[in-house]
Design a protein. Structure first.
Length: 131
């Protein structure tokens, strides 16, 4: 379970690292020491959400259309109708954060869900939908 993975990452980081070594290289961490101290449980949480199809990540250079596509993927997972491209009207050349903020207000109003982003000091922006 996700809880067990997070608990293992906190209690025995070396064992977790060895069991789930395929997860780390995609984030640029080749060795446990490459990861900021104490951050392994946080990344175990994010990676676990991704494996369970509950998280998406967009690149910091993603277009509004790319962000919409990622949000729509999560809406589908949650059994909600997808948003139309018209929701992006007026969003030209804005950052992915601004696109997520814009879409978050629509998702909140329409589905009573929030787009929650996580800061990972990387070139990607992980996010989930939450009630």
């Amino acid at each position: 379970s996700l809880v067990q993975e997070i608990e293992l990452s906190a209690a025995n980081p070396i064992q977790y690292w060895e069991l789930y070594d395929d997860k780390h290289s995609s984030r640029g961490f080749d060795e446990l020491e490459d990861l900021p101290r104490g951050q392994l449980p946080f990344f175990a949480f994010l990676d676990g959400l991704g494996e369970r199809d509950l998280k998406r990540e967009v690149d910091w250079k993603s277009s509004p259309a790319d962000v919409l596509e990622a949000v729509n993927e999560l809406l589908t997972v949650h059994g909600k109708p997808v948003l139309d491209k018209q929701e992006l009207s007026g969003l030209v050349g804005v950052s992915p954060y601004d696109s997520l903020d814009h879409l978050s207000s629509i998702v909140k109003k329409r589905y009573q869900l929030r787009i929650v982003t996580f800061e990972i000091r990387s070139d990607s922006i992980p996010f989930v939908l939450s009630p």
